[in-house]
Design a binder for this molecule. Structure first.
Ligand SMILES: NC(=O)c1ccc[n+]([C@@H]2O[C@H](COP(=O)([O-])OP(=O)(O)OC[C@H]3O[C@@H](n4cnc5c(N)ncnc54)[C@H](O)[C@@H]3O)[C@@H](O)[C@H]2O)c1
Ligand SMILES: O=C(O)C1=N[C@H](C(=O)O)CCC1
Length: 248
């Protein structure tokens, strides 16, 4: 019998971490070697080839410093990555050119497709807004997915030479028009009962286009996470976004 990929999980007692532990245990080609949470001794992670991190934006950089410093590949779902953080991570990875880290703001296939569709649509519409809706236990706003979507729309607009559409708002209650991410308005809703949802709205001459994705259960993220674990071993360096692995 061939040995499976040795996988560790960080954030194993959290909402996502518990799903990842189940998914890894159910995968024929993987062996769970560590399932750790805050306060646990990280020594057991050294047995892992790949560690999956679903923790907290304030914890993830410390975790990645440990993993890259110990030659362990990482698949990261935790959100809160700025360009500055990515640069720091690249500098850690430069010390070991064989090591791979995959960061994906969203591992659900439909969410990745929705972002790609939005990127394709963006060059045809000056006006776009993003609404993301999540459960009320979420720490960060806007969601990593919405920030990534806005960035993609901003880049597509810039490539097409489009300016952001007109907005006549001159009087505004603070926050009523959402946050500006790369010149795209992003609105965050937090409600119990929700999991993870996003709408990308485009407006043009006499028409609108709405792209919507709903994660109804956290199992929706697991095929993407397992694909990430299998792929990261042969993808040295930093990869941001599952779209790069799905070859979209
Ligand atoms: N990329 C995706 O597809 C995706 C999907 C869902 C959630 N997320 C992100 O994943 C993260 C976790 O979400 P969640 O809903 O599971 O949160 P959660 O609060 O349910 O779980 C986080 C867990 O991490 C633990 N933790 C905190 N610091 C730690 C550390 N230093 N080491 C080990 N464990 C630590 C906490 O104790 C907790 O058990 C968030 O950033 C969220 O936005 C991403
Ligand atoms: O539940 C969360 O928290 C989620 N976070 C990610 C984000 O911020 O985009 C992905 C969806 C679920």
């Amino acid at each position: 019998m061939t040995a499976g990929i040795r996988v560790g999980v960080l954030g194993a007692r959290g909402r996502m971490g518990q799903e990842v532990v189940n998914a890894v245990n159910g995968a024929d080609d993987m062996d769970l070697v560590a399932a750790l949470d805050a306060g646990d001794d990280f020594a057991a992670l050294k047995q892992a080839q790949v560690v999956v991190d679903f923790t907290h934006p304030e914890a993830v950089m410390g975790n990645l410093e440990f993993l890259t410093g110990n030659g362990i590949h990482a698949v990261v779902g935790t959100t809160g990555f700025s360009e500055e953080r990515l640069e720091k991570l690249r500098s850690w990875l430069a010390a070991d050119p064989s090591l791979g880290v995959l960061i994906a703001p969203n591992f659900a296939l439909g969410a990745v497709l929705a972002m790609r569709f939005a990127q394709q649509a963006a060059r045809f519409y000056n006006s776009a807004e993003v609404i993301e809706l999540h459960h009320n236990r979420k720490a960060d706003a806007p969601s990593g997915t919405a920030a990534h979507t806005a960035r993609l729309i901003g880049e597509a607009r810039a490539e097409a030479g489009l300016a952001p559409g007109e907005d006549a708002t001159t009087s505004e209650v603070d926050g009523a028009r959402g946050a500006l991410v790369d010149d795209v308005r992003v609105h965050s809703v937090r409600l119990p009962g929700l999991v993870a949802h996003e709408e990308i709205l485009f407006g043009g001459e006499g028409e609108t286009l709405t792209i919507r994705h709903d994660s109804l259960h956290r199992t929706s993220f697991m095929p993407g996470v397992l694909l990430g674990v299998r792929s990261v071993l042969t993808r040295p360096g930093l990869t941001v976004g599952l779209e790069n692995i799905l070859d979209l």
